[in-house]
Design a protein around this ligand. Structure first.
Ligand code: ADP
Length: 523
């Protein structure tokens, strides 16, 4: 069925609510053209040297450096995030990722020599890292620049053509137009296709060679089902409900500041933000008081922020209407079930400016304790022992990130190892994501696959396994014709080699026999 420009989405500022622009879904024939162009680009990109691909990616870095303020303005206009959040996690991070991959890619993408077992003596084995074809990247709304550009450039470095479908909540359409007009980046190697959810689903039906998805668990499952129909490989970076465990031997001042940032940066709209805080009983009252006192000092976003408050805010706006409603629902649910509000809360229903909120006396029947809130809220719990903290932290369907704060580094490592998560920090939180050398991904409902690091680059490759052998006049033992003599030699080779100790004489005698059978035997 032809999708005749089915939907139009109004993009508006989460800070002021003002209309920014209209987003129109491309038609089905436009989408088909996009995939056709991508397929035409595949052999061109594949034929480029890695050095030339790196030169292209360098143009992205130059664009970011030359237009940082413009990029920040576009990101803030559509997400409502604070300028420092946008700077650190999107603009700065993109440059850092490029800088690291320029160095890492030649090593990771180089052909790899691998050893060969003794039975295959005389042959060489290799792994070649080849492109998959067209990678489709589907992205969420919380880091709309970083989430588009980073997987796209990684897939491109690995030699793929790329089609990206950004979130319809924060598509950054004017930014992408500006980027492709001004960066000088190779035309059509990366295509950004803005549109709604059906655009994503339609593009999957056109069978890209791999899907890299970041978003909610609900949508991740739908995408995996669509991919299953055509056996398209898929990596899923999904949600989280990160626990942070604070032991009573910590430096309170530093840890309070770290936890505050871990919980409230990007207004909590991070899949690895702290949503569950476990504080050991000996320090509970003191730590919590300082956390609440300091949190109350944070400046929350405001509708007049752009005109009346030129200075940055600490906690930006909530980007999407539906997210405001979800966060409010979680807070109301917790309060109705007996949680104590220590700071923040809902002052004006429906406002995108939700202050950082700390809830005490939380129980497992509350949504804030178990479901992903994806907002500036933290549910606080008290624990006695290390075992209890681990049990509470692991009691979640999610397994994305987590953190442990302690002066006892042995305990820190022990607890970090016990957490069933993909990413963990000792005496910090979520900073793993700022290290492009570290792979990122989740366990349990938090996803499948790893992104970034060496593993993340290889995920965009066809890891081709290769055996190389010279021509000769010899027939191999396992080739036809099968004879009694061959079976005996095989059996002797096996028993000689795998016995303890190895019987090298028997092995050598049978090796020579195998060789001579191969030379004289013809079918
Ligand atoms: P969030 O951004 O809140 O995590 P989603 O997980 O719903 O939201 O969406 C993430 C991305 O997945 C968006 O780009 C969205 O348009 C896209 N998307 C949503 N539903 C589908 C679908 N059925 N098929 C393909 N893409 C989809």
């Amino acid at each position: 069925m032809e999708n005749q420009n089915t939907s139009t989405i109004n993009i508006k500022s989460p800070i002021t609510g003002k209309f920014l622009y209209e987003l129109h879904d491309p038609s089905s024939s436009d989408l088909k053209k996009i995939m056709d162009v991508s397929r035409q680009m595949q052999p061109i990109i594949r034929a480029m040297s890695l050095e030339d691909r790196i030169k292209e990616v360098d143009k992205i870095m130059q664009y970011v450096l030359n237009h940082a303020d413009f990029i920040l303005d576009q990101i803030i206009a559509e997400t409502g995030k604070s300028r420092t959040d946008a700077y650190a996690a999107e603009v700065f991070e993109v440059c850092d990722v490029i800088d690291v991959y320029k160095k890492m890619a030649p090593k990771v993408l180089a052909d790899k020599k691998l050893p060969i077992p003794i039975f295959l003596m005389g042959k060489k084995s290799r792994q070649w890292k080849e492109p998959l074809g067209t990678i489709m990247v589907i992205t969420p709304w919380n880091f709309p620049f970083y989430q588009v550009i980073v997987p796209a450039l990684m897939a491109f470095l690995a030699g793929n053509a790329v089609v990206v479908k950004p979130s319809e909540v924060t598509p950054l359409l004017p930014l992408w137009k500006h980027f492709f007009a001004n960066s000088g980046f190779m035309k059509d190697a990366i295509q950004v296709v803005c549109g709604g959810k059906t655009v994503g689903a339609e593009l999957i039906k056109l069978r890209p060679d791999k899907i890299h998805f970041t978003g909610s668990v609900r949508t991740g499952k739908k995408i995996m089902a669509l991919c299953a129909e055509q056996l398209i490989p898929v990596d899923l970076e999904l949600g989280g409900k990160d626990p942070s465990i604070v032991f009573d031997d910590i430096n309170i001042d530093r840890t309070v500041n770290g936890v505050m940032w871990g919980a409230f940066t990007n207004a909590g709209q991070n899949c690895t933000g702290i949503e569950r805080l476990y504080i050991q009983e000996g320090i509970y009252d003191k730590f919590l008081k300082e956390l609440v006192d300091k949190t109350k000092l944070l400046k929350t976003s405001h509708p007049d922020r752009n005109t009346q408050s030129p200075e940055d805010c600490d906690v930006g706006a909530i980007t999407a209407d539906f997210q405001v409603a979800l966060i409010e629902d979680h807070i109301e649910d917790a309060l109705a079930k007996g949680a104590k509000l220590l700071c923040g809360g809902i002052s004006q229903k429906g406002s995108h400016h939700i202050p950082p909120t700390i809830l005490e006396n939380c129980t497992l029947d509350m949504k804030v304790a178990t479901e992903e809130t994806f907002g500036p809220t933290v549910a606080v719990f008290k624990f006695k022992s290390e075992e209890e903290a681990i049990q509470m932290a692991n009691n979640s369907p999610y397994g994305l990130g987590g953190s442990v704060w302690t002066s006892d580094m042995n305990r820190g490592e022990r607890v970090a190892r016990a957490l069933v998560v993909g990413n963990v920090c000792i005496n910090n939180h979520m900073i793993n994501e700022a290290n492009p050398y570290l792979p990122f991904g989740g366990t349990k409902d938090s996803g499948i696959g790893r992104f970034k690091g060496e593993d993340g680059l290889l995920t965009f490759c066809n890891l081709k396994s290769v055996i190389i052998e010279k021509q000769s006049d010899s027939i191999e033992l396992q080739w036809y014709p099968f004879t009694k003599e061959k079976a005996e030699v095989l059996s002797n080779l096996m028993s000689a080699y795998f016995s303890k100790p190895k019987n090298w004489i028997k092995f050598a005698v049978n090796g020579i026999k195998a060789d001579s059978i191969g030379k004289k035997q013809k079918l």
